[in-house]
Write a protein that binds this ligand. Sequence first.
Ligand code: IMP
Ligand code: MG
Length: 181
Amino acid sequence: MYKMSAKPLIEANEIRKRVATLAREIADVYDYDILLSALTGAYMFTADLSRELAVAQGEKAYQKTIAFIKASSYGNSTTSSGQLQVRGLEKIDIKGKKILMVDDIADTGTTLLGLVNLLKESGAQEVRTCVLLNKQERREVEITADFVGFEIANEFVVGYGLDYAENYRSLPEIWTLQETD
Ligand code: IMP
Ligand code: MG
């Protein structure tokens, strides 16, 4: 059984402020063509980030496109490498494009690295990555996200799009989930 922490790990107003700053950090250095978002976990972050990016980009925002893929990682209990399944990429014209790949969290890094490799294989001109949360301690493959919202400790978190067994996604804050006996 799991229970939520008594108070949020990251409050909604903290997220709002950081997302706005993050958008300016991105807009300052990366003039991408496509914001590509990984469903489902990144849906709330993507909605907020894309609005802040539009503010930060000014008229450049008019030409940006946004697209979604569904990424699922099936971990295997006996090996550390998860099998990544990606759906929806075939409908997006990646070739020669500069991609901003957005995901909810980099944990082992398997998903993010798999996505970057796939986009490069698909002919992307450039791929830079952005995650709301980074759990560096859990990294199993070599990948460093270019843009990170918050560094967090090795704890399981939910809310602001992130789930545990598809629950908790719609909470406006990020909460830690603790195991109870
Ligand atoms: P990876 O291990 O970096 O490949 O993480 C893959 C996916 O696991 C992420 O995109 C999330 O959907 C999920 N995940 C990892 N850590 C957490 C967490 O603390 N809470 C909720 N989902 C998580
Ligand atoms: Mg998930």
